[in-house]
Design a protein around this ligand. Structure first.
Ligand SMILES: Cc1ncc(COP(=O)(O)O)c(C=O)c1O
Length: 388
């Protein structure tokens, strides 16, 4: 460490700045300030606590509306929703599925659960989402038949859907979008979920902008697709008879989860605005920084601000930032690592250009809850400024 008191290392090493008695600032926590409690109480009062009940259909309608889609199917979580969507779209064993190299492992796991194999394609530096030009190369290079393209709207930032859909059309492939954390985001003015070709998946787990406690959904404009997904999510049982014509799953969401999700959906705009404001404040504070780059925002995108992530110049800076945040009573965490580097996917095919590789050990997620108070946001920014 340098002795120069003006040096970056000396500024970072200053003692913790947590105000006396200040509570620790969490990374991303549920914001349950709406009608969650009332809707949950109604589940108990009415005795609807399992995988049937009135809130499920209401939640499905709310999600489809928010996503600009005709149909919504509420499911047990996002991973199962993606797996189901891929199955209904015709993906099967022995196929390859185009998946970005930088996403949560659930995207690839859903593909593997079907018996298909992810083909990892790099992301672009301008959006941190699937690179359409490299996806074109991957389609040409794949020695397995490709079953689908899965763009991920990473961190609530939309992928560049137009070239991806054009590529898929040219090859007669379905596009199943992983919009796990992207509800409320917009692509070229339309909500993520609109124009599904054929399906878009959302997750509502506890760290999402909109949570149902646990849960997921798929949305589609295709009534037959929604009906088939619903059938397969419920043991392929039609009506009340115990007759099952094919292998299926129990992937249904419970009325209790739907009750929480419905109350959350009522506040989607408000919670999105709060997360966007935090992202804008961090972006502004890091403008021109040499060592910390705030996540990009492409010109086609209105991200929902689900996560706020910085890309550090090197792994040492990332570790020092997390340490300084911790000392100041702030949760900041290392973020996703490229999937092509995961032992579980060591042998998967890949078409990479070195972009996601530069994220390895260098991305840090910052507090972004929609309930984050302005004073707490200022505490985070005070630490960020020591790393500019
Ligand atoms: C990009 C991405 N895909 C899939 C998932 C899986 O969703 P779930 O945890 O609801 O199964 C997540 C969850 O965080 C995610 O971030």
């Amino acid at each position: 460490m340098s002795a120069d008191p003006q040096s970056a290392a000396a500024r970072e090493a200053r003692p913790a700045a947590a105000p006396a008695g200040a509570a620790r600032i969490p990374l991303s926590v549920p914001d349950l300030r709406g009608r969650e409690k009332a809707y949950l109480a109604a589940c108990v009062d009415d005795n609807w606590i399992s995988s049937a009940g009135p809130r499920i259909a209401e939640f499905e309608r709310a999600i489809a509306r928010a996503a600009g889609a005709a149909h919504g199917v509420a499911l047990v979580n996002g991973t199962c929703a993606l797996e189901l969507a891929l199955r209904v779209a015709g993906v099967g064993p022995g196929m390859a599925v185009i998946v970005p190299d930088w996403t949560f492992v659930a995207t690839a796991n859903a593909v593997r659960h079907i018996g298909a194999e992810p083909h990892f394609v790099d992301v672009t530096a301008e959006s941190w989402t699937l690179d359409p030009a490299l996806a074109t190369e991957a389609l040409a290079a794949s020695d397995r038949p490709v079953g689908a393209i899965v763009p991920v709207h990473a961190l609530g930032h939309p992928a560049d859907l137009d070239p991806i859909r054009a590529l898929a059309d040219a090859h007669g492939l379905p596009v199943v979008e992983d919009a796990a954390g992207a509800i409320g985001a917009r692509y070229k003015g339309r909500p993520v979920g609109a124009g599904a070709a054929p399906a878009v998946m959302f997750s509502f787990n506890g760290n999402k902008l909109l949570t149902a406690g646990a849960g997921g959904a798929l949305v589609t404009d295709d009534a037959a697709f929604a009906e088939r997904a619903r059938l397969l999510s419920a043991q392929a049982r039609r009506g009340d008879a115990y007759r099952h014509e094919e292998l299926a799953f129990n992937y249904r969401m419970s009325n209790v989860n739907a009750a929480i999700g419905l109350a959350q959906a009522e506040r989607l705009d408000e919670m999105t605005a709060a997360r966007r404001a935090t992202a804008a404040a961090y972006r502004g504070a890091l403008d021109g920084s040499r060592r910390l780059a705030f996540m990009p925002r492409a010109d086609w995108a209105e991200p929902n601000g689900w996560m706020s992530v910085v890309h550090c110049a090197d792994a040492e800076t990332a570790a020092a930032l997390i340490e300084a945040m911790d000392a100041a009573g702030i949760d900041a965490r290392p973020f996703w690592e490229p999937l092509s580097e995961q032992p579980a996917y060591r042998d998967s095919p890949r078409t990479l250009a070195g972009v996601a590789a530069r994220f390895s050990g260098r991305t840090v997620a910052l507090p972004c809850s929609s309930s984050l108070a302005a004073a707490d946001r200022a505490r985070v920014i005070a630490v960020l400024e020591r790393f500019r």
